[in-house]
Design a binder for this molecule. Structure first.
Ligand code: GLN
Length: 377
């Protein structure tokens, strides 16, 4: 007997249009292009992350109108780690407003590693909400009378972005907590400068818990698509964040989301983004779509190697760079009438891509490309 849940029709059409097939073919091509790239190493600072299979590789794109395109390990769960940081920043802004948050956390890129210990600015603020110091300070601002209320508010917020209930991976959380002495040092330094309250252990627990939230590529693409869609989850229609703060969130993602790679990222990809040490990355094309890639091998800065390559190619081949004035039709991804170069079967300079785009059915080609169009609840 079928359960009520199974009977709820979530998927209302499955890859029927030419556009869907062509977009899937393009993602399929990207997946094929990079699945043999084995540069980088997985994070091993806690045993739980070291258990990841380095070859896992998922890509998901969700458009601002709720089309979902995914390939590979897009539904494999991992902990969201630093991808959580700009979203917590959004919640802190909602709780206190821009001026009060700016007193505690700046918006300046550091050019340093994400877990840099000593860098506070002239007013003793951590530089931005994307490095650990700034993220811990941001987390300390989340309102709630007790730790459980604060955690629940965070989980509720991520639930609005994911479009489903979220949970914390307890073993990752416990490991982060046991081994997190560097973050503890950062927190105590900020306590010393009066930037966070004296409940350091509670603040750190909350920070470790937000890092240990479980999600998959599709969830992360949904988060990015929600930011792209003016703060409203494109599937559920639920507002996840006050539209007034989107610009703050997207700006710090653009300038600081990739740590000491942020400048090169902005130059080559031109999109607000955030990476996490378990191997995920999200990128936002405002008003259009969200991208998420999961692949655990990291470069020396802690950013996913394949994730960066996929985003670079998507940006250049689909014309997504926000400041590319030569683009006449930056919205081409989601429209069927003006497909960008990557989908152009006649673009001889992109021979390989064209070959991918010509495939009649990418789902048959490798058995795991999927496209769905889901109803707004
Ligand atoms: N849990 C990690 C830390 O606090 C998150 C870092 C990251 O994803 N870059 O160091």
């Amino acid at each position: 007997m079928r359960t009520h849940e199974q009977e709820t029709p979530q998927i209302i059409s499955v890859a029927t249009s030419t556009t869907h097939f062509r977009v899937l073919a393009a993602l399929n091509e990207l997946h094929l292009r990079y699945r043999d790239l084995r540069d980088g190493d997985i994070a091993t600072y806690i045993p739980e992350l070291a258990k990841a299979n380095p070859d896992w590789f998922g890509i998901c794109v969700v458009t601002a109108d709720g089309q979902v395109y995914e390939i590979g390990d897009a539904e494999r769960q991992f902990t969201i780690q630093s991808v959580s940081k700009p979203f917590i920043y959004g919640l802190a802004l909602e709780d206190h407003g821009r001026d009060a948050v700016l007193e505690r956390v700046g918006v300046e890129p550091t050019g340093d590693a994400f877990n840099s210990i000593i860098k506070l600015d002239a007013t003793n603020r951590p530089h931005n909400p994307c490095v650990n110091a700034g993220a811990i300070a941001t987390t300390s601002l989340i309102k709630g009378d007790d730790p459980t209320t604060r955690l629940n508010r965070i989980l509720d917020m991520f639930g609005r972005y994911f479009g489903r209930q979220v949970q914390v991976d307890m073993s990752v959380f416990m490991s982060e907590r046991t081994t997190g002495n560097r973050n503890r040092a950062i927190a105590y330094l900020m306590l010393n400068f009066g930037m966070i309250g004296s409940n350091v252990d509670q603040i750190l627990d909350l920070y470790f818990q937000q890092c240990s939230i479980l999600g998959n590529c599709r969830d992360l693409a949904m988060m990015a698509a929600t930011l792209a869609n003016n703060g409203v989850n494109p599937i559920t229609g639920v507002r996840a964040v006050d539209a007034a703060y989107l610009r703050d969130i997207l700006t710090v993602m653009y300038t600081c989301g990739m740590y000491d790679y942020a400048g090169q990222w902005g130059y080559s990809v031109g999109l607000p983004a955030k990476s996490g040490v378990s191997g995920s990355i999200i990128a936002v094309v405002p008003n259009q779509l969200g991208i998420a890639v999961y692949s655990p091998r990291l470069d020396e800065r802690g950013n996913t190697v394949r994730g960066i390559r996929v985003c670079q190619d998507l940006s250049s081949e689909f014309g997504m760079h926000m400041f590319d004035a030569t683009l006449t039709s930056p919205g081409a991804w989601a429209s069927s009438d003006a497909p960008p170069t990557m989908l152009d079967a006649d673009a001889s300079a992109k021979g390989q891509l064209a070959a991918g785009a010509q495939m009649s059915n990418p789902t048959e080609a490798n058995g795991h490309a999927r496209s769905t169009s889901e109803a707004t609840a």
